[in-house]
Ligand binder design. Sequence first.
Ligand code: HEM
Length: 130
Amino acid sequence: MVSLYEAVGGRPTFALIATVFYGGVASDEVLRPMYGGADADFSAAANRLQLFLEQYWGGPSDYEELRGHPRLRMRHMPYKIDRDARERWLRHMRSALDSAVSAGSVPPLFEAELWNYLERAATSLMNTNG
Ligand code: HEM
């Protein structure tokens, strides 16, 4: 069995997704302040997201070595994640995934699987209605 990580092209694909995604976050007036505003270190945050996604999809476990157990819900508690924040996050992630699809490394079946997971994960991290 080949992991999804391998099937979509491994590290370069996840690096592309994280880079494009954080480019979108950097230009988002609602999300940007959550990541530290003008002083945000987007490359460090992009790296954490990249390593997490790689590990989740069967790639190397660098994330765990760097950060320990993901505990994503707990780690997102400091941020106000309402419907608007979720939609914005997913919009940037959609562009990121589209870039990887355009690059030719993500077959449609895996694109659907990735997207389905990202939508559900984003819903699970919502922590406020207001
Ligand atoms: C729903 C909207 C979301 C918002 C507004 C949001 C916001 C944030 C913020 C502000 C951070 C801190 C940046 C940093 O220093 O790393 C963060 C970290 C992180 N997020 Fe999200 N996030 C969302 C959804 C998600 C989803 C769906 C996933 C996974 C599929 C995810 C995975 C991560 C990971 C892995 C980290 C780094 C955790 C760590 O090791 O400290 N996030 N997020």
